[in-house]
Design a protein around this ligand. Structure first.
Ligand SMILES: [Zn+2]
Length: 322
């Protein structure tokens, strides 16, 4: 189909560290030692992966017990095109595997040689461990159709213990292709020429920025292009004090919502040229554009905002736009 909209790859990615708690931490520590653990509830059910409490009664669970290492596939789904972060590079199955001695099943990958004809409910599987283990669910690379050598290998190492895991990195990575569509493409193209274009609703007259094509309140097309100013008023703000990998500047710095003159929706951007402690609601700011040679169809054409020197706007002038 012919269209004049932009399309671009987009990756949403962030890694944080999370505490595991005593039960999951112990489970992850056992994985590092090539052991699989469960916990027993007061009713005698064995949960693996372990839970911190009995999901049926809310009671505490008992001490850890070894389960597996073998198990049985209770259900599965086939992944014909693995993604880069998947644990198996060739086609594989995500499966629920009920480990021997457990009453619940754990979700993990099953590598059956890339052929979906080899996976079935009821298949006996055993774990394949990574050579280098860090105390992560990824230490268990995947399950494979059971064979005795894998089972023997695990049993010989079952007495190791390196203790529970207290913290774990937790990574999120999502790859998209973003299709901007006609209205957002118009907005992006205008930014390459130092113009900021919103879309006005003919019914309620609100100017949406970026333009959305339709007014979510009135449910009518809101495609009347309206140019707004490259200066405006800070409606809300946030001072970033914690460093992170993608930070544009060393902290502290301020991220602001700016209600541009002529728009009814604030945009989010950075403010410079003022101490973070002095950033405030109602502060008047103006856009600092990148040099002409660096302009492009992106909000990054505005490097940041800086104080314009005008008197602060009243709270009443922004209270309907927060
Ligand atoms: Zn409207």
């Amino acid at each position: 189909m012919q269209h004049d909209g932009f399309e671009a790859p987009y990756r949403l990615e962030y890694t944080y560290r999370r505490s595991t708690g005593p039960v999951i931490g112990r489970f992850l520590g056992a994985l590092r030692d090539r052991r699989l653990e469960g916990v027993k509830t007061s009713a005698g059910r064995v949960l693996s992966p372990p839970g911190e409490y009995d999901p049926e009664t809310g009671e505490d669970v008992g001490a850890p017990i070894d389960v597996g290492p073998g198990g049985v596939v209770t259900t599965w789904t086939w992944i014909a095109e693995p993604k880069p972060l998947h644990p198996v590079a060739r086609p594989f199955a995500w499966a629920l595997v009920r480990l021997d001695g457990a009453d619940t099943a754990m979700l993990h990958a099953v590598d059956v040689g890339g052929d979906s004809g080899n996976i079935r409910t009821g298949l006996r599987v055993s774990p394949r461990w990574r050579a280098v283990r860090t105390g992560s669910i990824r230490d268990l690379e995947c399950f494979v159709p059971e064979d005795l050598s894998a089972r023997t290998e695990v049993r010989t190492l079952a007495t190791e213990s390196s203790g529970p895991v207290a913290m774990m990195p937790s990574s999120v990575q999502l790859d998209y292709t973003i299709t901007a569509g006609r209205h957002l493409s118009t907005y992006l193209r205008a930014l390459a020429t130092k113009r900021i274009v919103g879309g006005r609703c003919p019914s309620c007259t609100k100017v949406y920025l970026p333009p959305r094509g339709a007014c979510p309140t009135c449910g009518v097309p809101a495609d009347a292009e309206t140019e707004v100013a490259d200066r405006g008023t800070v409606t809300t703000f946030c001072i970033i004090r914690i460093p992170f990998d993608a930070a544009p500047f060393p902290p502290p710095y301020a991220s602001v919502a700016v209600l541009l003159d002529g728009a009814d929706m604030p945009i989010f951007h950075l403010v410079r040229g003022v101490e973070p402690e002095e950033v405030r609601m109602g502060m008047r700011v103006r856009a600092v554009w990148v040099p002409d040679a660096e302009l492009g169809p992106t909000l990054a054409s505005i490097r940041w905002f800086e104080p314009s020197g005008e008197p602060d706007a009243s709270y009443e002038s922004i209270e309907g736009h927060l």
